[in-house]
Write a protein that binds this ligand. Structure first.
Ligand SMILES: Nc1ncnc2c1ncn2[C@@H]1O[C@H](COP(=O)(O)OP(=O)(O)OP(=O)(O)O)[C@@H](O)[C@H]1O
Length: 346
């Protein structure tokens, strides 16, 4: 459980300390008081990445050189971010490889931006798969990086004037093997999420939700798919099929949620997927992920809120942001530490 958070030169905070934290923490305050930034800091310490930007230099407080996030939980985690580098520390010792720092502190976050799981681009969806699977399975990240290397090499070769067919065959065989490995791992992840989602959708009293993986090749014979696509690849001078082109769609009672889900339904789908992810991480890693819920109640009606309360109260620890504590159900408020975020007068 996280008992203390200290931020230095992080986003709008010059120095912030939140101490003696509870299993349930509610961050309440007006817009732009830094509620989301606190969740972002926890997410960064867990995944090494921000959920809202790819450019980590933007998280450093304006006119400062670096940000420091200090978290006290089962161990002490420190993440130092400068414009040029990122360094993680566990119990004051520097962790040489960032990949060994990430994933130690386990969190699952829901943010309104997660709507991209339902309505976003193929890239958004692949990012979700790759990021979440990488955090629970380090060999997946290695496989993915090797895949990207072979893909770059194959694309490079396809751009050449005189293509050596033997070399192309070697790369095609290799990329098809890595594609299958990545496909298998993604399918394993999606199948288990779908199993868990069955119970969660009953509890949340929502439509049936299923993630359906869409591959750009025939997984039963990946090499043959690449061979059949070779002519087009040679013409386009780029590899047109493979894991870098796959995606998933989410079905709601058998219909494509991207087309048919209302705003509220889409948000509920995202919440359900994140709750399923939390359960999956628990099963697989024996860790107890901390729930980070950004503005989670805004989109939900009363009955859905009370179902969600059950999940939150049963979770190991949860941080919830809200612009008004009035939005928070009494069953949560009575157990919560409410931190009121104030805007600094300029
Ligand atoms: N690098 C930075 N340096 C200084 N201030 C920053 C930086 N990045 C963001 N901010 C400021 O932080 C504030 C946003 O904080 P944050 O998004 O955490 O607020 P919030 O309380 O979650 O708001 P909302 O309720 O609107 O979601 C904005 O005023 C923004 O201008």
């Amino acid at each position: 459980m996280i008992s203390k958070i200290e931020l230095k030169d992080f986003r709008l905070f010059e120095n912030l300390t939140l101490d003696s934290l509870n299993p349930l923490v509610i961050l309440s305050g007006k817009n732009a008081t830094g509620k989301t930034s606190i969740l972002e800091a926890l997410y960064l310490c867990s995944t090494g990445k921000s959920h809202r930007t790819n450019d980590l230099s933007t998280i450093i407080k304006k006119d400062s050189l670096f940000s420091i996030i200090d978290i006290t939980a089962d161990r002490k985690y420190k993440y130092v971010i400068s414009k040029e580098s990122r360094v993680g520390f566990i119990n004051k010792s520097e962790v040489k490889k960032l990949s060994d720092f990430v994933g130690n502190l386990s969190v699952v976050m829901y943010s309104p931006d997660d709507i991209s799981l339902v309505k976003g681009s193929k890239l958004d969806k692949r990012r979700f798969l790759d990021m979440e699977i990488s955090l629970i399975d380090k060999t997946y990240l290695k496989t993915l990086n090797l895949y990207k290397k072979i893909l770059a090499e194959r694309n490079e070769l396809l751009k050449q004037e005189d293509i050596d067919p033997t070399f192309l065959d070697v790369l095609t065989k290799s990329i098809s093997e890595y594609t299958l490995k990545i496909y298998d791992r993604r399918i394993l992840f999606i199948n288990r999420l779908n199993e868990i989602l069955k119970d969660i959708t009953i509890d949340l009293n929502t439509e049936n939700i299923r993630l359906i993986y869409k591959s750009t090749y025939n997984p039963k014979d990946v090499l043959d798919s690449y061979k059949k696509h070779e002519k087009s690849d040679l013409f386009m001078k780029s590899t047109g099929i493979g894991c870098h082109r796959d995606e998933f769609v989410i079905e709601m009672d058998g219909m494509d949620a991207e087309e048919y889900a209302s705003e509220g339904q889409a948000r509920l789908i995202c919440i359900a997927v994140k709750l399923a992810l939390k359960k999956y991480i628990e099963e697989l890693t024996n860790k107890k992920p901390i729930l980070l819920l950004d503005d989670v109640f805004a989109a939900l009606d009363k009955s859905r809120i009370s179902s969600l309360v059950k999940y939150i109260n049963n979770s190991y620890q949860a941080f919830i942001t809200t612009t008004s504590v009035m939005e928070i159900p009494d069953e949560l408020l009575k157990n919560a530490l409410v931190i009121r975020m104030e805007k600094k007068e300029r």
